[in-house]
Design a protein around this ligand. Structure first.
Ligand SMILES: Nc1ncnc2c1ncn2[C@@H]1O[C@H](COP(=O)(O)OP(=O)(O)OP(=O)(O)O)[C@@H](O)[C@H]1O
Ligand SMILES: [Mg+2]
Length: 189
């Protein structure tokens, strides 16, 4: 069964991207089929694996999420690239994702688009790793909803563990919001 792991910490520079790339490469070396999803407008993961978005026209995770949001049928493998150095697949990201995240403010389904995307491609992979931006905003919340588990790289310094408490609080918030929404959907149906 596919494992979906979000790599999360709102603190910057704690090695989220480095962890995603290296854990992904390690799993691939053990014969696992790995998809790395770059969910950070900085595009570090995409660049690190030789898959940096070349321009506005390149299909990225933002386009995949928009197509899901708009209900536009799309080839399941659209936009997924082969990394240059490691036998892993990459769904790249560019800074345009930030405007998309802002546009979701009033969208009642804003937390579920990545989960829907992941559900369309999970059959092709053993592991899907999601590299989040240094934020607990709507895109990271999407990652928390999509993931089965969460990996939190922490810098072992004085304020490092404060950040972990905030992440756990966000996870609890998202879990309770999703439960409310599921309950609401059941009521409507
Ligand atoms: N184990 C390590 N030892 C020393 N340096 C490391 C280690 N892992 C990562 N780094 C360095 O730390 C820096 C930050 O790493 P990285 O970009 O992976 O962090 P990040 O959490 O993804 O950052 P951001 O929040 O900006 O996305 C990089 O320069 C990276 O080379
Ligand atoms: Mg990063």
């Amino acid at each position: 069964m596919t494992k979906v792991i979000a790599i999360v910490n709102q603190k910057g520079g704690v090695a989220k991207t480095t962890t995603a790339i290296n854990v992904g490469a390690g799993l691939a070396k053990h014969g696992k089929r790995v998809l790395l999803i770059d969910l950070d407008g900085q595009g570090n993961l995409s660049r690190g694996l030789g898959c940096k978005a070349k321009g506005r026209s390149q299909y990225t995770i933002r386009d995949a999420l928009i197509n899901i949001q708009m209900g536009i049928p799309t080839a399941l493998d659209k936009g997924i690239l082969k990394a240059r150095f490691d036998p892993v697949c990459v769904m790249p990201c560019s800074k345009q994702i930030d405007a998309f995240a802002l546009s979701l403010k009033e969208d009642p389904n804003r937390h579920v688009y990545l989960r829907r995307y992941v559900n369309t491609v999970r059959q092709y992979f053993d592991y899907i790793l999601i590299d989040c931006s240094p934020s607990l905003g709507v895109m990271t919340q999407n990652a928390l909803v999509a993931a089965d588990s969460v990996m939190i790289p922490v810098d072992p310094e004085f304020f490092g563990t404060d950040g972990v408490e905030q992440i756990i609080a966000t996870m609890t918030d998202v879990q309770s919001q999703m439960k409310m929404r599921t309950a609401f959907c059941r009521l409507v149906l």
